[in-house]
Design a protein around this ligand. Structure first.
Ligand SMILES: C[S@@+](CC[C@H](N)C(=O)[O-])C[C@H]1O[C@@H](n2cnc3c(N)ncnc32)[C@H](O)[C@@H]1O
Length: 262
């Protein structure tokens, strides 16, 4: 246990020697100190989410039945493939964002430009890239900040993404604070789909939405994972009454969605 703790500290210190990484690490630590931020307390936020949420499965059932079947088959195949890869890695890289929701939306709306934050093992990236590949068009821009507690964490980012899908992928690893301005400055067109699944703090979400919002296409869809963590999603949709939004319950968590999907 002591040896493991020492290793974690050594890896963290190693990451802190890199000036790009240290900037993001300090930002993350400061945001952690301001955890209480938001119009609702965590309990109020959970009650609000519970009162608004629909089951994700019920939403999926409203899509075309062939697309539902294709989505189910992909999710099962991808889970098996990812488990095989992850079982050979001695670290917990965490689970994935809403795989069926991402797959069905990318297949239905054929987005040309997709941006996501939070890659980790790559469940969301692999899902989006598979659906783009099936569409035969589109590009994914991803922002991540590798888990600095692990040794050489870059090698695990996106491990479950199949190599043959990477030609449609631009992966940035310097943290949202550095990556998002860079990605926004080099977009080939407006963003059709934005998936947020990185820094779950209030300020992290706020930073990303402010960076991305001017670049969203008119009918863009925004998906925000784990919105039970603080009331950012609630505060955002309350402050912007013109947006269409919905909340979904999926595998013990809440996903916020902005935009029309049906
Ligand atoms: C929940 S995981 C993402 C899961 C992924 N979407 C999937 O479906 O497999 C969160 C990821 O965000 C990264 N992250 C945390 N803070 C970040 C930041 N400030 N900028 C970019 N990525 C960050 C973490 O290191 C981790 O890789």
């Amino acid at each position: 246990m002591q040896a493991q703790k020492l290793k974690t500290w050594t890896n963290t210190l190693h990451a802190a020697m890199n000036p790009d990484m240290v900037r993001v690490m300090i930002g993350k630590a400061l945001r952690r100190l301001r955890r209480g931020k938001g119009q609702l307390t965590p309990q109020e936020n959970k009650l609000w989410l519970k009162s608004q949420a629909q089951d994700l499965g019920d939403l999926l059932k409203k899509f075309d039945s062939d697309l539902q079947e294709e989505t189910r088959a992909f999710a099962a195949r991808f889970k098996k493939h990812a488990n095989e890869i992850l079982s050979a890695i001695p670290y917990d890289l965490g689970g994935g964002g809403g795989v069926p929701l991402l797959y069905i939306l990318v297949r239905k709306f054929l987005p040309a430009v997709v941006v996501e934050t939070g890659v980790a093992a790559g469940f969301s990236s692999g899902t989006i890239l598979t659906a783009l590949d099936k569409n035969g068009a589109g590009h994914l821009f991803s922002s991540d900040f590798p888990y600095f507690r692990l040794p050489n964490p870059e090698r695990f980012v996106g491990v479950v993404v199949e190599p043959g899908l990477k030609s449609r992928w631009s992966l940035h690893l310097k943290g949202d604070e550095v990556n998002l301005p860079q990605i926004m400055a080099n977009l080939p067109a407006k963003i059709n789909l934005f998936h947020y699944d990185s820094d779950k703090s209030y300020d992290g979400r706020d930073f990303a939405m402010k960076a991305v919002r001017p670049h969203l296409a008119e009918n863009a869809i925004v998906i925000m994972d784990d919105i039970q963590d603080n009331s950012y999603f609630h505060d955002y949709v309350t402050a912007n009454p013109d947006v269409t939004w919905s909340v979904y319950y999926y595998e013990g968590k809440y996903i916020g969605l902005i935009g029309r999907v049906l």
